[in-house]
Write a protein that binds this ligand. Structure first.
Ligand SMILES: [Zn+2]
Length: 416
């Protein structure tokens, strides 16, 4: 048959996504299906059944990562890996991660029912705890698989309330497998992840498919201010060392610097104020700054300016200030060839597409470190994600999955 005419079954994709959305459904139309919880187990059981109906052997590794393998003709060649995550934020939406898993399943179903024999193995992965919704941090399963953490480190992590332990909960739901959680156990040639954009750019531009060049850099800073606590009534306005007031100026200043420099996003997302009383002038504030850009040097330059400005404000307000660099991840370009394939396939299928960058981290951030990878984005209505009202029109899900299908067909039949 002419593979170029092959398309996925949009109706079946929609029904599958709707069925998935019943597990962990919230009253607000979203999902709560955090990793290593009973809802996660129900989701995984369903997924496993679907994988097996495709005739796939399902491998569960020590981190609970699930792999459905469809053998190709030349098994010694590296496989094509796809998939995403089935867990959600608390609460999250019905598409984040889930589209990548169920889109991959639909691709497998279409390939099967057309009796297409691929040259390479096709593997669908469901990565454990991408969201970090209940057990923090995010990308736990793919992170261990890529060799960036040990499984022991992950097993010991406690939930957000500090009560249960990840390793025990994973075992309790029956998904602590015995297969080693390592990319070294697999022979992978290329990886694709279909995902919702989680931002407004595709919708605003009226474009159907996004091809991210990679993932932006991420710089995290913690800032600690000290002032002088005092009773608010008798202490005159002049001469106070008000740490909260100093913070307020710093928050605005950091935002202004990011605006002025452009080509980045910067967010103050967390603040602790002590003693946090209406009766006492604040003497201690801790806050965080998160800077993301495609240009690592540009992000560093922004932080330099922010730091200097914060020092000036602290001096003027008579407050002490300390800075800590908490986390730094360089920008991560995807494989240029696979990225180009996403654009070329979109053109072949008659879909509009645009080049962009991913502002969020994904399992692909980890996978791309150990094999070549690329992502396919589809629009998010209103750019909203990690919320119950997260929505992507089904026509866009279908288009994204068709792009995934043809990227996989081309890559899985390619060999030298
Ligand atoms: Zn996701």
């Amino acid at each position: 048959m002419d593979l170029n005419t092959l398309r996925i079954n949009g109706q079946r994709l929609q029904e599958t996504i709707e069925q998935s959305a019943q597990i962990g459904a919230t009253a607000g139309g979203g999902l709560i299906r955090c990793a290593a919880t009973p809802e996660d187990k129900m989701g995984r059981d369903l997924l496993k059944k679907w994988y097996q109906e495709c005739g796939c052997e399902v491998t569960i590794d020590e981190m609970g990562n699930m792999f459905a393998v469809r053998p190709g003709k030349r098994r010694s060649l590296g496989a094509v890996l796809t998939g995403s995550h089935f867990d959600t934020q608390k609460p999250g939406g019905r598409f984040d991660g889930i589209l990548g898993v169920l889109g991959a399943l639909e691709v497998m179903r279409v390939i099967n029912e057309n009796n297409i024999k691929l040259e390479r193995d096709l593997i669908i992965a469901n990565w454990t705890n991408e969201e970090g919704g209940w057990f923090i941090p995010a990308c736990m399963g793919s992170g261990v698989w890529a060799g960036n953490h040990t499984k022991e480190w992950a097993y010991a992590i406690k939930d957000r309330d500090g009560i249960t332990v990840f390793g025990e909960e994973l075992e309790k739901i029956g998904y602590k497998g015995s297969f080693p959680a390592s990319h070294r156990e697999w022979n992978i040639d290329a990886a694709y992840e279909l995902h919702i954009e989680q931002g407004p750019l595709l919708e605003q531009a009226g474009i159907q498919i996004g091809a991210p060049k990679g993932i932006v850099c991420l710089h995290w800073y913690d800032i600690y201010l000290t002032g002088t606590a005092n009773q608010v009534g008798p202490t005159p306005m002049v001469g106070r060392n008000d740490a909260l007031l100093a913070f307020s100026e710093m928050n605005i200043a950091c935002n202004n610097i990011a605006h002025q420099l452009g080509n980045m996003v910067s967010t103050v997302g967390e603040i602790q104020n002590y003693p946090n009383s209406r009766n006492i002038i604040s003497d201690r504030v801790h806050f965080t700054v998160d800077i993301r850009s495609w240009d690592d040097q540009h992000a560093l330059k922004a932080w330099d300016l922010m730091k200097r400005e914060c020092e000036v404000i602290a001096a003027r307000r008579g407050c002490g200030i300390e800075f800590k660099e908490t986390w730094k991840v360089a920008h991560a370009p995807f494989d240029p060839q696979l990225y180009q394939r996403v654009i070329d396939v979109s053109n072949q299928l008659g879909y509009s597409s645009m080049s962009m960058v991913s502002g969020a981290g994904h399992d692909m951030s980890e996978i791309n470190q150990v094999t070549r990878g690329a992502m396919i984005f589809v629009p998010s209505i209103g750019g909203r994600s990690h919320v119950e009202c997260e929505e992507t029109p089904y026509e866009d899900c279908v288009r994204g999955t068709n792009v995934l299908l043809h990227c996989i067909l081309q890559t899985a039949n390619e060999f030298k």
